[in-house]
Design a protein around this ligand. Structure first.
Ligand SMILES: *Cc1c(COP(=O)(O)O)cnc(C)c1O
Length: 355
């Protein structure tokens, strides 16, 4: 049976990205060695890093004066690496969910942290607005897409201090104005590649300002200066990112991904709002296009498990909601097809007819 992958992360990738990566793992560039057994300093691997970096700059139209690096450690390492490198005295954080809270916790190790707003009291069902950012903050940290709660800031905010964003689960799903940010980071395993690499976009002239000793490996400057080759980078994950970046470019880039994201979301949210059995968990204006969260309507609460089983029998994978929200979550990253969301919607409709 055909499987429709709605996993939140690691998540669906285009089939050809997986196949092309698999081929290179067996025989890299036809040289008779695996991508897993060559030196990261080999002459034929440097072009992989160079092309991946160039494609990221091209696809996101990154202006002059920014660097792109590839590191291990996941987005979670960035929760401490960001304040290590950027927090001088005081940082502002917008608390929109689990990941934002984790980022804030690490920042407190390095200085004063101001929570400018939070939707924790409403189980993070909306994105706070109209908050004030202290003008003396070194930066405002935001999580553009809240993977667990299904809310999203799908615009580039205008604020009076530098912006730093965790874009782990919506990077490359829309055009962004990189010039508004001092730092953007994204763990790859949601919308870019297999797990194991994090992409970090840094404004060069903002580096090296924090008044503290930074261990070499945690200092962004180390990796910018060495072009992500200070130590052994995650070679295979970077290669898979390159394949996906090529796929992205061939499929119309981030503008096309944005359009597709809106199309998919309209189909799924449209059905959630129409179907008597289900309801969305998030206020309408803040609904994520990437992670679509929904639950049973109260009077049909007992149908949660039966619907899960019904949908699973029809090939849906990974639609169980995160335990802090419950219900269902359909993750619709770039690789998700209209066919996939239509299959989910059909399951919702057929299940409704039975009840
Ligand atoms: C998954 C996720 C993280 C954590 O990523 P790791 O790579 O596992 O550390 C952080 N932020 C967001 C928004 C995420 O979706």
């Amino acid at each position: 049976m055909k499987k429709y992958n709605f996993n939140a992360g690691p998540s669906m990738l285009p089939r050809e990205v997986i196949e092309n990566t698999a081929k290179q793992i067996l025989d890299f560039n036809g040289d008779g060695l695996s991508l897993m057994e060559i030196s990261h300093r080999a002459k034929n691997f440097q072009p992989v890093v160079d092309e991946a970096e160039a494609l990221i700059k091209e696809l996101l139209q990154i202006p002059e004066g920014y660097s792109v690096i590839f590191l291990g450690g996941g987005a979670s390492l960035q929760f401490c690496q960001v304040p290590y490198n950027f927090l001088i005295k005081k940082a502002a954080y917008l608390n929109t969910g689990t990941w934002a809270k984790k980022a804030m916790k690490e920042a407190k190790l390095f200085g004063e942290v101001v929570e400018v707003a939070s939707s924790a009291d409403a189980n993070y069902t909306f994105i706070p607005k109209g908050y004030e950012v202290p003008s003396d903050a070194d930066y405002l940290h935001i999580t553009t897409n809240n993977t667990i709660y299904g809310t999203e800031i799908r615009e580039d905010l205008d604020v009076c201090v530098p912006l730093i964003a965790d874009m782990s689960s919506d990077i490359f799903s829309r055009p962004i104005d990189v010039s508004k940010y001092d730092c953007i980071y994204a763990g790859a395993q949601k919308n870019l590649a297999m797990a194991g690499v994090t992409v970090i976009i840094l404004k060069n002239d903002k580096l090296g300002k924090a008044p503290r000793q930074i261990p070499t490996m945690l200092n962004y400057i180390t990796h910018v200066e060495k072009g992500s080759m200070f130590n052994t980078p995650p070679v295979v994950p970077i290669y898979s990112a390159l394949e996906n970046l090529r796929w992205l470019k061939a499929h119309g880039g981030v503008e096309a991904m944005d359009k597709l994201a809106h199309e998919r979301a309209e189909i799924v949210y449209g059905e959630i709002d129409r179907n008597k059995l289900f309801k969305g968990t998030v206020v309408e204006e803040d609904r994520s296009l990437m992670n679509i969260c929904f639950v049973m309507n109260e009077e049909y609460a007992e149908l949660e498990k039966p619907f899960f089983e019904f949908a699973t029998e029809r090939g849906m994978v990974g639609i169980k909601g995160h335990r802090s929200v419950g219900g269902f979550r359909a993750s619709c990253y770039n690789a998700q097809t209209i066919e996939g969301v239509n299959a989910l919607v059909k399951a919702m409709q057929d299940f409704e007819k039975q009840h």
